[in-house]
Design a protein around this ligand. Structure first.
Ligand SMILES: Nc1ncnc2c1ncn2[C@@H]1O[C@H](COP(=O)(O)OP(=O)(O)OP(=O)(O)O)[C@@H](O)[C@H]1O
Length: 592
């Protein structure tokens, strides 16, 4: 029951809907009480042969009128109460989605996507049922039981009522016994569903890897065993659920048997009339659904409560990245000063920081190149620039303002970021490019695509800029995806453009072309390029070489070559590899 208390904030917010809804529910129940009384009177007049035509019209008209009123009242309460519950689902869904959007990277490492989806679907539906079916069952059951019992006492006989309803508390005991079992079973069913949906998501996302490694059968077997598991657990839910109904039926049958024996004897002793016994039987019939309702109510409340706790637990998780909502709202602009003493990932080894003593200054309009071996810390530095992690000592400043002092909007809108692998939304090429500002026109979109050397590719797609891409659309090559992502970042002309190995899938000539365009188009703006290919960074104003999270070498291309360290070695190796490739492709051509 305490789920109603937990949802009180919502009922208070929407009290008008619920008061009006409950008022009409009340009227429906009152109207329901009239017909059995009229039927009893009618029966008595039939038995005593005193029924007149006027009386018949009165009873039939009365029953019909109240049926009609019940129809209207029922319509009114259903629309109000169900509207309320839809509103609750919408409010919680919005809260949950806002929360998901605000959470940091570690949140998504802690929670699997399938679980987060299950909270947003199954859990919210279970809570919604509390605010609709739950309220209905509670009020309907309690009010109908009270009204029916009062009507039984007034219209029939208090002794018969007392004995007739005596078995009903058994139902409450039964429900109390079964409810905790139901809650346990339901929680495991939800968990099993989460596991299953995680598994399907992972298998679908990793289907290529599964097929290439010949693991289809093994994966199907794992899935099948999880399905079996889920079915087993759900069977238990169904089993416990199915005990509620028969229990109510058995208890109601006892009441009917009492009515037949004790009620029959009262009629024989002339203490009540046959009509009253008929009324009693009809009233007893009215109690069947509220009894079922009570049984169901506990289920709905248990499920709703378990779901509400899960959703609240998620909502109470705090993001490690806190926005300074009172912070600087002017767009971040100016020189970039990076001064990081130390950064360790939240789950990383504190003795081996991912970054250590990193001091870099990039003047507005300059280009910074970042290179280094695999796992050296290039992407980590970029994650800190993107405010994906805040737990470092030292500071990062843009335009002499700490990046943590900006509002998210002011800071992140100044940044354009392109990763090696980029997510495409299931929409057109045009809308993917103008994703950050859907009001950009075709000219802006095309200009950005041209700068990213992507415009010509778009025209070779089936519907040009209207071509649907993403999961449901045509497949783009790795290089095309990267260039689309570069166009998406360039469309806002960001103050700081960050390319994290974002040219790895394009050929040398295209890379040269894009870098040339960036240099001429972004004279006033800062560009940061992290790459494995030296050719991507060799024209940068400063190049940083990372090793084990520290800066090992720094300078311009010429000075680094002269230094003859890791950078020079990599450069020469890559030069040799390119020359070899050129020779091989030249040979290939002459062979044809
Ligand atoms: N989310 C994370 N949690 C814990 N450790 C991480 C996380 N991401 C990266 N690391 C670790 O931090 C170190 C630096 O990784 P980073 O991704 O910055 O390297 P990188 O230079 O970008 O490598 P690559 O060239 O492969 O992209 C590595 O040891 C890596 O294992």
């Amino acid at each position: 029951m305490n789920i109603f208390g937990k949802l009180m904030w919502f009922f208070r917010q929407n009290k008008r809907l619920y008061i009006v809804g409950l008022f009409f529910l009340f009227l429906t129940e009152i109207s329901q009480m009239v017909s059995p009384a009229l039927i009893g009177r009618f029966t008595d007049q039939v038995v005593s042969r005193t029924l007149t035509v006027e009386n018949l019209v009165f009873y039939a008209g009365g029953i019909f009128l109240f049926a009609l009123l019940m129809y209207v009242f029922r319509y009114a309460w259903i629309t109000h109460i169900f509207q309320g519950s839809a509103l609750l689902e919408k409010t919680l869904r919005q809260q949950l989605f806002d929360h998901y959007m605000k959470m940091d990277t570690t949140f998504y490492q802690r929670h699997r996507t399938g679980d987060l989806m299950a909270h947003a679907t199954n859990d919210l539906s279970a809570i919604q049922r509390v605010a609709s079916g739950g309220i209905l069952m509670l009020v309907d059951s309690v009010v109908v039981i009270i009204f029916t019992v009062i009507s039984m006492v007034i219209v029939v006989d208090w002794r018969l009522t007392l004995i007739g309803v005596l078995p009903l508390p058994l139902l409450v005991l039964g429900v109390r016994y079964l409810s905790p079992k139901m809650r346990q079973a339901f929680t495991s069913a939800q968990e099993a569903f989460s596991r299953l949906s995680n598994k399907s998501q992972e298998s679908i996302a990793g289907v290529k890897a599964i097929k290439t490694l010949g693991q289809e059968m093994a994966d199907v077997a794992v899935f099948e065993s999880q399905v079996k598991d889920t079915i087993q657990i759900n069977k238990r839910v169904a089993l416990i659920d199915s005990l509620f109904g028969p229990m109510a039926t058995v208890i109601m049958t006892i009441s009917f048997v009492i009515m037949m024996t004790y009620g029959g004897s009262l009629v024989l002793n002339d203490q009540i009339t046959i009509g009253q016994l008929v009324s009693f039987s009809t009233y007893l019939g009215l109690l069947v659904w509220p009894m079922f309702g009570l049984g169901q109510l506990f289920n709905v409340l248990e499920r709703g409560n378990a779901s509400y706790i899960r959703v609240q637990n998620i909502l109470s998780e705090k993001s490690a990245i806190i926005e300074d909502e009172e912070g600087v709202v002017e767009q971040a602009k100016g020189d970039l000063n990076i001064n990081i003493n130390q950064f360790t990932y939240p789950d990383g080894d504190p003795t081996k920081p991912a970054l250590h003593n990193v001091e870099i200054t990039v003047k507005a309009g300059e280009t910074l190149g970042i290179v280094g071996r695999v796992g050296a810390g290039k992407t980590t530095l970029i994650k800190l620039l993107l405010r994906q992690f805040d737990g470092y000592t030292g500071d990062i400043r843009v335009g002499d303002v700490n990046i943590k002092a900006y509002t998210f909007n002011a800071y992140l809108k100044s940044i354009g970021y392109v990763a090696q692998e980029n997510f495409l939304f299931s929409t057109t090429v045009r809308d993917n490019i103008r994703f950050s500002d859907i009001n950009k026109n075709q000219r802006d979109v095309m200009l950005a695509a041209k700068k990213a050397d992507f415009n010509e590719d778009v025209w070779s797609l089936p519907d040009g800029y209207d071509t649907e891409v993403g999961e449901q659309g045509v497949s783009l090559s790795g290089g095309q995806k990267q260039r689309l992502a570069i166009a998406r970042a360039l469309i806002t002309d960001p103050e700081i453009l960050i390319l994290d190995d974002a040219l790895s899938a394009v050929d040398a000539l295209t890379e040269k072309h894009i870098l040339g365009t960036l240099k001429s188009e972004r004279r006033e703006k800062t560009t940061i390029i992290a790459a494995h290919r030296i050719s991507s960074v060799m024209n940068a104003d400063e190049i940083i070489v990372f090793d084990h999270g520290e800066i090992k070498e720094r300078g311009t291309h010429a000075s680094l070559i002269a230094r003859n360290g890791w950078y020079a070695e990599m450069y020469h190796q890559q030069q040799l590899a390119t020359e070899l490739e050129d020779k091989l492709s030249g040979k290939g051509v002459s062979d044809v």
